[in-house]
Design a protein around this ligand. Structure first.
Ligand code: CIR
Length: 254
């Protein structure tokens, strides 16, 4: 069975970290309603939703994906590149300990879960403003004994690797080609986002469903033509905080 770890939208989301986006007013009630609809979409896709304890003083705490990397064999507690986000990991680690053996990224390594994209036994790690070489190296050493190969990819002009690419299945990616070098992801199949919808590259596979950004309809058409059951989810408020669909959950098969 699938469990989705999530966390409530904190009241001061408007004070979130921003890297590329200009700060815009966030509507707290709309953000909470969209997040509740996202949790409903996770349930409809087959997950039991388990909410982590709220962290009202941590504006980015709804973005639980960044706090850990979850694989079938183990979980790795991340060390977020933004110092303000480091207190978010303890409660994620406590929840994951019930389901997986835990490892952790140690200083001077930094790594955000949003930079880690697994496709089969290949694990791509984005080197970004949040994830450094040492974090990627530590992850590679932790995962090699479990049969995973870590490959790094430079991320240009996007917050995280998964802002630019998402896994569709064990050999296919959804990619925004304007943000990752052409030679990245060699040997894998790809669906490219519509050029006018770069934000559409962040999509969340949950069992047979694929949660996609509601405001990327042409990318959704491309995915449906490629045989994916795309479920549109409106994420416009959390997108103002540079959050996408993968960011708001950690999905585990338990
Ligand atoms: C941050 O800058 O950390 C948050 N405002 C957004 C994090 C989004 N997380 C993700 O893409 N995995």
């Amino acid at each position: 069975m699938l469990v989705a770890l999530t966390r409530a939208v904190p009241p001061d989301l408007a004070r979130c970290e921003l890297t590329f986006a200009a700060r815009r007013p966030v509507h707290p009630a709309r953000a909470a309603a969209q997040h509740a609809a996202y949790e409903d979409a996770l349930r409809a896709a087959g997950c039991r939703v388990e909410r982590l304890p709220a962290l009202p003083d941590h504006p980015d705490s709804v973005f639980v994906e960044d706090a850990a990397v979850v694989l079938n064999e183990c979980a790795v507690v991340a060390r977020p590149g933004a110092e303000s986000r480091r207190p978010e990991t303890a409660s994620v680690a406590a929840a994951l300990a019930a389901y997986r053996p835990l490892h952790a990224i140690e200083p001077p390594g930094t790594l955000d879960g949003g930079d880690v994209l697994r496709v089969g036994r290949r694990v791509f790690v984005g080197l970004s403003t949040r994830t450094n070489e040492d974090g990627a190296r530590q992850l590679a050493e932790l995962l090699a004994p479990r049969g995973y190969r870590v490959e790094t990819i430079a991320v240009r002009g996007r917050l995280h690797l998964k802002s630019a690419a998402s896994g569709l299945d064990d050999r296919t990616l959804l990619v925004d080609p304007s943000a990752v070098a052409g030679e990245a992801f060699a040997g894998l199949d790809r669906v490219e986002v519509d050029p006018g919808e770069p934000h559409g590259a962040n999509a969340l596979r949950v069992a047979a469903s694929l949660l996609v950004a509601a405001d990327a309809p042409r990318t959704r058409d491309r995915l449906e033509r490629a045989g994916h059951r795309a479920v549109p989810v409106d994420n416009s408020e959390l997108a103002k905080a540079e959050g996408g669909l993968t960011c708001c959950s950690l999905i585990l098969d338990v």
